[in-house]
Design a binder for this molecule. Sequence first.
Ligand code: AMP
Length: 110
Amino acid sequence: MDCLFCKLVAGEIPAKIRHENNDYIAFDDISPKASTHVLIIPRAHHQDLEGFVRDTPEESAKMLTFVTDTAEKIGIAGGFRLITNNGSRGGQEVFHIHWHLLAGDTLPGF
Ligand code: AMP
């Protein structure tokens, strides 16, 4: 499968890894939109949030726990934004589910 983030999981493309366990990886976004911009992905391939929840509903709480553990580990607990773009009409460009974990002074308002 020609999936960028599966290649990253396999170590075929480099990443600045900030936190990982057997199931998830957090790494710096290559084009950060805020002073902290980390992407969080499952090692297993799921196309988007809808696919992830449909395929593995029991994983949702574990993934969010990994997100908050990552926030704690990188020093942004208590002040961050979490976004996932779902589908091309939702702005998704890489079709392996990922959460954008953003923090810092440059966060745009909604
Ligand atoms: P999305 O539009 O939600 O699919 O977001 C895809 C994100 O992946 C963008 O913020 C990109 O900057 C980021 N990205 C693309 N290639 C890489 C890479 N090799 N390493 C880290 N982040 C990447």
